[in-house]
Write a new protein. Structure first.
Length: 94
């Protein structure tokens, strides 16, 4: 895990199909009272995926500040998970 990943404390939410920007959108829309079904349509995601992501994000203390400090771009989270293992299907460079 890189120093940047440890520094921001987001390794527990890293997921290969989500990005900091999409997570921020999800949180903002939910704060505005938008239903998870409508958020799913807006993000072009399955409702169950959005619901699960919402539950994952909402328990992280200071999540909005952590996302801001990490950088809210649309690139996916890093390939390494919290244990330092690669995502399924990826191989390390020799």
């Amino acid at each position: 895990m890189t120093a940047r990943n440890r520094q921001h404390g987001l390794h527990s939410i890293f997921h290969p199909h989500w990005s900091p920007a999409v997570d921020s959108q999800l949180l903002t829309l939910r704060d505005q009272g938008v239903s998870l079904d409508r958020i799913a349509m807006a993000l072009m995601r399955q409702p169950k995926a959005v619901e699960q992501r919402w539950h994952r994000l909402r328990v992280v203390p200071g999540i909005r500040e952590k996302l801001r400090s990490f950088g809210s771009d649309y690139s996916e989270y890093p390939a390494e998970n919290s244990d330092g293992f690669r995502r399924r299907g990826e191989v390390s460079a020799p």
